[in-house]
Design a protein around this ligand. Structure first.
Ligand SMILES: *Cc1c(COP(=O)(O)O)cnc(C)c1O
Length: 462
């Protein structure tokens, strides 16, 4: 686990408010040192997901856009009509990409949220409010098991039951019969992913939409990960089944601008096939002594800087820019998948595209992961079954990364096949290995949270 006081050896630890301010140049130098060291972790292209762009010129460009508006509160539009322009155009460009022009019933609209979880939260809120209007007391939504935990979190926060339908273990896509079995008269929406995070596979959205239309309920497509890359993959000729607003019955789509739209962390778009669903979840108080208050979403004050930077990222790339980047990512992903398939001991889960997951029926995949980790690779670990996943991003498209992946994987498979006697070191962190996480999950999670949150925030004794 990580230390609660990283950098304690190199820099001062602040456990109280410093009595006097520090020199700004010294602070910036310290930050630069830390950032350069931490960037080195992913610069070699060995880290799954998270650094979707990886291009420092692009980051610098967005930082300039951010800088101009970072101090602006996007809630106060009289002072910053620019926020209306940035937000409106981010939404319009996203709706265009998602083929909202194909919507025949309703008026497409959207909102910019703080991230994928924020978009999912607002979608669930919109469906809950719709349920209330229909007099449904305890609404539920049905997600395939592979749907992101953000749905469960939204359910937890908003009092909406989230039912999990098992998936088809071979294709890793939603099992439609299992979904149908969970629907009842209090179901307000279904969920499908394009793609899901774990396996990078796309649920059968057209079939889910048919079910939703028949039942008269919503369908949220979680495109947090795939939303800003699948459209370009489709244009490039890759096999991407339809999942966006061209499918009648898709009522909301989440697409993260802070992933494959290459914006800064902190923005996502929630798109609605019909404005009415969005407008149903606005919040307002008209009789507050402080004045009339309204906000479109859960946040109050929001940074104009993030809107400006996200907008700048999108208009600076445009269709061509996104297509170019997607081409590199899709080609890299399929080359990496070919390296995985060259080992009969390994098995790719389902039929993925830019993001893939693999397991093994004969080796402990976490022995493979151990050996890859020693060579500097950082994958995301999975369980039931144990598997490891790679979301291919900009840094992997750099020259030599695929070749290094193939060579290191061959050595890692040889290591796992050599019959290591020690249990895998990384399995205890990620997988459901023998005597592993399941029993002590709660204690483990508390430990992780404590180190992230509690200890370095604790008030020191004087
Ligand atoms: C990242 C992700 C989310 C959650 O998004 P955050 O931005 O981390 O809040 C939801 N669904 C999928 C498929 C994702 O990849």
């Amino acid at each position: 686990m990580n230390s609660s006081h990283p950098y304690a050896e190199r820099y001062p630890v602040n456990t109280t408010m410093p009595a006097t301010g520090r020199d700004q140049a010294e602070i910036l130098a310290e930050l630069r040192e830390i950032a350069v060291a931490e960037d080195a972790v992913w610069e070699r292209g060995q880290c799954s997901g998270t650094m979707y762009c990886g291009d420092h010129d692009h980051y610098g460009f967005m930082a300039e856009a951010f800088e101009r508006f970072a101090h602006v509160n996007a809630l106060q539009r009289d002072m910053c009509p620019s926020a209306t322009r940035f937000e409106g155009e981010i939404i319009a460009m996203t709706l265009d990409m998602l083929h909202a022009d194909a919507v025949t019933e309703g008026e497409p609209a959207g909102m910019v949220t703080s991230g994928g979880s924020g978009s999912i939260l607002h979608a669930v809120l919109a469906y809950r409010e719709e349920a209330r209007n229909q007099g449904i007391g305890r609404p539920n939504i049905v997600k395939p098991e592979t749907g992101h935990p953000a749905f469960d979190k939204a359910g937890y926060l908003l009092g909406v039951e989230v039912r999990r339908a098992p998936i088809d273990p071979v294709t890793t896509r939603a099992d439609l019969d299992a979904v149908v079995d969970l629907i009842d008269e209090s179901t307000v929406a279904l969920v499908g992913s394009a793609t899901n995070y774990g396996y990078g596979t796309i649920d059968p959205i057209e079939e889910l939409a048919e079910i939703a239309v028949t039942r008269g309920i919503g369908l949220h497509v979680d495109g947090c990960l795939g939303g800003f890359i699948l459209p370009w993959g489709e244009e490039l000729g890759y096999n991407v089944p339809r999942w966006d607003f061209r499918v009648p019955g898709v009522t909301t789509i989440s697409a993260d601008t802070h992933k494959y739209a290459y914006g800064f962390k902190g923005t996502s778009v929630l798109a609605f096939a019909d404005k009415a669903l969005r407008n149903g979840q606005y919040f307002y108080v008209t009789d507050w002594t402080g004045g009339k208050y309204c906000s479109p979403g859960i946040e109050g004050s929001r940074s104009g800087g993030l809107l400006a930077a996200t907008w700048a990222a999108m208009v600076s790339l445009g269709r061509n820019g996104y297509l170019d980047r997607a081409r590199g990512i899709f080609e890299t992903s399929f080359a990496m998948q070919a390296a995985v398939r060259s080992h009969p001991e390994l098995r790719i889960m389902g039929d993925p595209t830019f993001c893939f997951s693999f397991t093994s029926d004969v080796l402990d995949i976490y022995h493979v992961n151990d050996a890859m980790r020693d060579k500097g690779w950082r994958f995301n670990g999975q369980q039931y079954p144990d598997a490891i996943h790679m979301a291919v991003t900009g840094p992997q498209t750099r020259p030599g990364v695929v070749e290094r992946f193939a060579a290191d994987l061959a050595e890692a498979v040889a290591f796992a096949a050599s019959g290591p006697t020690a249990p895998p070191a990384t399995g205890a962190i990620y997988g459901g290995v023998a005597g592993g996480l399941d029993d002590d999950a709660e204690e483990f999670i508390r430990g992780v949270m404590a180190q992230m949150m509690d200890e370095h925030q604790s008030i020191p004794t004087r």
